[in-house]
Design a protein around this ligand. Sequence first.
Ligand code: MLT
Length: 266
Amino acid sequence: MTIARVRGIELAYSDEGTGTPVVLLHGFPFNRSLWDEQAAELRDRHRVIRPDLRGMGETPPGPEEAATMDEMARDVAALMDELRVARAVVGGLSMGGYVALSFYRMFSHRVRALVLADTRATADSEEQKRAREASALQAVEEGAQAIADDMLPKLLAPRTLAERPEVAERLRAMMRKTKRRGMAAALRGMALRRDHTGFLPDIFAPTLVVVGSEDAITPPADAELLRREIRGSRLVRIEGAGHVSNLEAPEEFNAALASFLKDLEP
Ligand code: MLT
């Protein structure tokens, strides 16, 4: 395991391959192994950097009650400093996408391009915020298993759930590794995230938006909003995939990513 001491925490990360840097940010409550298939695909032509965001995977939680998306984005910038990466393609799935949008708002000059997968620009409603707090309390009291049982049916497309138990097992295994306090802090951080909708027209980086047609958490309408508001962006809809489209349909996801990255080349 590789660790960078940044901003008072020991951030675990992977750094493989050479070429244009690509930073991949995982969703909640997973870790960098969510991107194994993408790293394997990209590392011959790109330097693929994948942190475990604070409180997830092998990165311990910080002292804060709420790990905000801005905090996580600052961790990513500090990791890039540590690795001497000035600018990168920054991609995130779901919560990783919230962090990528925060990152762009704070450090747009460090973003070569954006990849926003199964994510959204909008903030939580009051009702969603209350549900986050209830889940945070549940995570602390009952642990990852309770959260996993609750989340799995929403994370995967019905067909993935019925026919590919190994995908659900992989998500469960990632969730089991996440510490209770890390889960709670990320849930509270997501509840505090700002609404980026009005900012989307100010994004000038080339942007790829990806969504699974069966995504029940951030449905295609969220992706269409991103596509509409971010000038010149490209939307790829993966038929039959749910919220974790990169894991449910790695071949289609990788093809979309590889073609987007190729078009960035001079
Ligand atoms: C994720 O997959 O990162 C989360 O489910 C996103 C969310 O709950 O808003």
